[in-house]
Design a protein around this ligand. Structure first.
Ligand code: FE2
Length: 386
């Protein structure tokens, strides 16, 4: 496994030579959700997805207007935040969008410089560089808006040694379900409005120095009923990958339109999290009540040996077991990947998760798009939103 990962990273560095280095990114720092009830959301991520209690801030720690629970699994850190009164931008966000991702925080060496470089290239300010400190040291954060009301926060934590951020305390809990093997965030996808994809592609190129390394048009991503377009943006070292989707005309309403209608604007559509053992991870998630999209038809699995070609001999997993768990398979020149998608994790049909295991492949499962969208359409049909 480690050999394949190495070659992936080497491949990315070669591809992303065109990226600019004015905004060096070390990785994803955290993802913050604005939700209606952070206590219950944190419990859900612990119980269902195997996250661990990490840090807490609320009334007990001197926070007057909000409460935040931080949960962690390997390198993934999620923050669940709720307003404590009605006069709060957090509450407004939840009222409009439902539970959703507010902040995609990026770990940087120098947050002031990241803020300066991006705002001088046109980024809209969310938060000026701010120093927060406690007995564990100091953190500098600064934020800019991306699509919709979503924010990128730059986090500089080289002088900090606490559990999360200053003024958070370690969250000690007696309830600690075991992790399910989720390792890191592989990519995060944004849905934007009609005709807006190229605006945001250009924004990531100009403001963040990213490159567009993969594109899919509506001729490649369509079913009998609906279509969409997608472009994948990456930073120079390939650690941060943001595909951007926009709806395309079809006979019926696409899943992207459904998202935009229910989220009431652009926002994060899915978070893809990596595992080294998707079979074990998905078995555990299913046992804990996580709901996945239904399996592609039998013919999909029958066609896999031919689709995978030479990669089929490399495949360690049993095809029958993958089929039983509804895990999908795709391949490119460099290897294969295994992936599966959850149903939306809130009542509005908006944000969902992807579980992905890369065995050398760098793609996003383009060979699965049709089967995936047909599965989503079966769900849309039940909701009356197709
Ligand atoms: Fe994805």
């Amino acid at each position: 496994m480690s050999k394949e990962v190495k070659s992936v990273e080497y491949g990315l560095e070669k591809i992303f030579e065109g990226a600019q280095d004015f905004l060096p990114l070390l990785g994803t720092d955290y993802v913050e959700f604005y939700v209606g009830n952070a206590k219950q959301a944190a419990h859900f991520y612990k119980t269902a997805f195997g996250f661990q209690s990490c840090a807490y801030a609320g009334l007990e720690t001197g926070m007057k207007d909000r409460v935040s629970y931080v949960v962690k699994q390997d390198k993934i850190r999620l923050v669940l935040t709720t307003a404590l009164n009605s006069d709060s931008p957090i509450g407004e966000h939840v009222k409009k969008h439902g539970d959703g991702v507010k902040v995609v925080a990026l770990w940087v060496e120098d947050a002031r410089k990241a803020f300066e470089e991006t705002t001088k290239r046109g980024a809209k300010v969310f938060m000026e560089p701010t120093v927060e400190s406690d007995e564990n040291g100091e953190v500098v954060r600064a934020g800019i808006y991306t699509y919709g009301e979503t924010v990128h926060m730059f986090v500089e934590r080289k002088k900090y040694d606490g559990p999360f951020l200053p003024n958070f305390v370690k969250w000690e809990s007696d309830y600690n379900p075991t992790p399910v093997g989720l390792k890191y965030i592989d990519h995060m996808v944004g849905n934007v409005g009609w005709g807006e994809m190229n605006t945001w592609v250009k924004w990531y190129e100009d403001v963040m120095g990213f490159v567009n390394f993969l594109s899919f048009d509506d001729k490649q991503i369509h079913t009998e009923y609906s279509a969409l377009m997608s472009k994948v943006m990456s930073n120079g070292n390939g650690r941060i990958k943001f595909p951007i989707n926009e709806p395309a005309e079809g006979k019926k309403r696409s899943q992207i339109e459904e998202y935009l209608d229910f989220y009431e604007g652009p926002g994060v559509q899915h978070i893809a999290v990596a595992t080294d053992n998707i079979i074990e991870t998905v078995k555990q998630l299913r046992a804990r009540g996580v709901e996945f999209l239904s399996a592609p038809p039998r013919s999909y699995y029958d066609a896999i040996p031919e689709r995978l070609g030479e990669h089929m001999s490399m495949m360690k997993e049993d095809l029958g077991e993958l089929e039983k768990l509804a895990i999908m398979i795709d391949a490119d020149e460099e290897g294969y990947l295994l992936q599966i998608f959850t149903k939306p994790v809130e009542d509005r049909p908006t944000l969902f998760y992807e579980i992905i295991q890369r065995m050398g492949a760098r793609g996003f499962g383009a060979g699965n798009f049709k089967a995936l969208f047909e599965s989503i359409e079966r769900e849309q049909e039940k909701r009356g939103t197709l």
